[in-house]
Ligand binder design. Structure first.
Ligand SMILES: Nc1ncnc2c1ncn2[C@@H]1O[C@H](COP(=O)(O)OP(=O)(O)OP(=O)(O)O)[C@@H](O)[C@H]1O
Length: 462
């Protein structure tokens, strides 16, 4: 049984984490500070999970003191930058708060497995073993797994294509974990979620005073991935200037911070993902053709869920089990009609939409069975051609506001209709501007509502 030490000053989070890990057969000890952790001798544990911000010393102090025990850092999204710094100081990975239980358990299991076997796993290019965390074994997915096996050890740039929610990030993670870089950082960046004005500085870093508000120098995420893998999701959303800088990184292995004349050598493997047709974008001048060719050394295409008929119910069962665990409702089952509905629904938002529907089902089910109504699917809506309703009036304050009220469902309906109707003619930036929200907010809301980004997803359903 693996022994884990949790270092967290918030007693509620600490004990929730302890309970979760104990339910999965880990032996867990707790500490509220670095000093308390040291008293327990962190080196005798198999893993330390430490909050970044602790009273007294920061959690990163344990990285050296616990060695060779690996340290996983917990952080809130707001301190992501410090998490990247922690990786550079030797933390094996970071977990963002609030936790997704499955992701946390997955990261813990992977870290323990990696540190049990010092050398990276041997990867057979012909094996069709399903990568950890990926469910489904239909012929199209078997082809994907084979591609992952063959591509992972080759250290080439990979372009992953597929509709929103098909599992592109999971594929990127599988490639990283099966590559020779597995023990180095994997930095995942969603280009659509970072405001256009910040993206270059986020990726490439900046010098102090490089622009208004740059009060201190910053290391970019590309540099943070040095030695490891950089995953750029939604690369089609990268502005042209950032594309030029990225091309330089790929061609010369060099990076230059904004406002600096110095270049630094970086060694990264780039994995990019998109739901858009980059070749078509390059014809319309929105994407650099030379960058497209650089990215497209190896391509992996993920099938939409509606084309994975053999996998849908298996995915539903596994995702349901984990939703039940998360909500402490073990034993809930899908009724026969719910299974039928799941099998027949077109899933325009793919696996993410299925996950969301099952989570809704677990929360809403009253007895031991989840019925179709609990899933909240709307096949009629999916089949109906979308016409955007008249936009509701926005107050001046509303135009500044990044959030649509949770209670105001009509606004969410409006959002969904508007996005589905206009997304093929507009970039994400234009869409966000028209809606009066940031690109990050647009992206988050798409995730929450399970709204796909491709016209083909909608027209297939119609
Ligand atoms: N084959 C799979 N097995 C299990 N879970 C999956 C699978 N594919 C996707 N998922 C789950 O679906 C959700 C969406 O996956 P992921 O974020 O990798 O998709 P994506 O294609 O990168 O989406 P987007 O383009 O919107 O970022 C995640 O919670 C992921 O764990």
């Amino acid at each position: 049984m693996s022994r884990i030490l949790i270092v967290e000053d918030e007693a509620i989070i600490r004990s929730a984490l302890k309970r979760l890990l104990e339910r999965h057969d880990y032996q867990v000890s707790e500490a509220g500070s670095v000093a308390e952790a040291e008293a327990l001798d962190p080196q005798r544990f198999d893993l330390v999970i430490s909050d970044l911000r602790l009273p007294g010393e920061a959690g990163t102090a344990l990285i050296e003191r616990a060695a060779p025990t690996p340290v996983l850092i917990m952080t809130s999204y707001a301190s992501m930058r410090s998490a990247v710094d922690a990786l550079k100081q030797g933390a094996v990975d970071y977990i963002a708060k609030p936790f997704d239980h499955d992701e946390l358990l997955d990261t813990v299991a992977k870290t323990l497995a990696q540190h049990r076997h010092e050398a990276p796993r041997e990867v057979s290019a012909t094996s069709t073993t399903i990568p950890q965390a990926m469910i489904g074994n239909c012929p199209a997915m078997q082809a994907v797994y084979t591609r992952i096996r063959k591509t992972a050890p080759a250290d080439v740039t990979v372009l992953i294509q597929g509709e929103s929610g098909t599992g592109k990030e999971l594929v990127a993670r599988a490639i990283h974990h099966q590559s020779q870089r597995a023990r180095a950082p994997l930095i995942c960046v969603n280009c659509a979620a970072i405001p256009e004005t910040l993206i270059e500085s986020e990726l490439f870093g900046h010098e102090k005073g490089a622009f208004t508000g740059a009060s201190a120098a910053r290391t970019g995420l590309v540099e943070a991935a040095d030695g490891g893998t950089l995953f750029l999701d939604e690369i089609g959303e990268l502005p042209l200037d950032a594309q030029a800088r990225l091309l330089r990184v790929l061609q010369e292995g060099e990076i230059r911070k904004i406002g600096s004349v110095e270049t630094r050598h970086v060694n990264i493997r780039l994995i990019a993902a998109t739901h858009r047709d980059l070749h078509a974008l390059s014809k319309s001048g929105e994407f650099r053709l030379d960058l497209y060719y650089r990215l497209n050394v190896m391509q992996i295409d993920l099938p939409p869920l509606r084309e994975r008929e053999d996998d849908i119910l298996e995915l539903a069962d596994v995702l349901l089990a984990s939703a039940c665990r998360r909500h402490a409702r073990e034993g809930l089952k899908l009724s026969r009609s719910a299974r039928r509905e799941i099998r027949d629904y077109p899933w325009p938002g793919n696996v993410r939409e299925l996950e969301n529907a099952l989570e809704r089902g677990v929360i809403l089910a009253e007895g031991h069975l989840i019925h179709p109504d609990d899933l909240g699917l709307s096949p009629q809506a999916a089949l109906r051609p979308m016409t955007p309703p008249t936009p509701p009036p926005r107050s001046a304050a509303g135009a500044q506001d990044d959030t649509i009220s949770e209670e105001d469902l009509s606004l969410e309906d409006y959002f969904q209709h508007f996005v589905l109707e206009h997304q093929d003619q507009m970039s994400e930036t234009e869409l966000a501007q028209k809606l009066g929200i940031s690109r990050k907010c647009l992206w988050e809301r798409r995730q929450r509502l399970g709204i796909p980004r491709k016209k083909s997803a909608r027209s297939r359903a119609s």
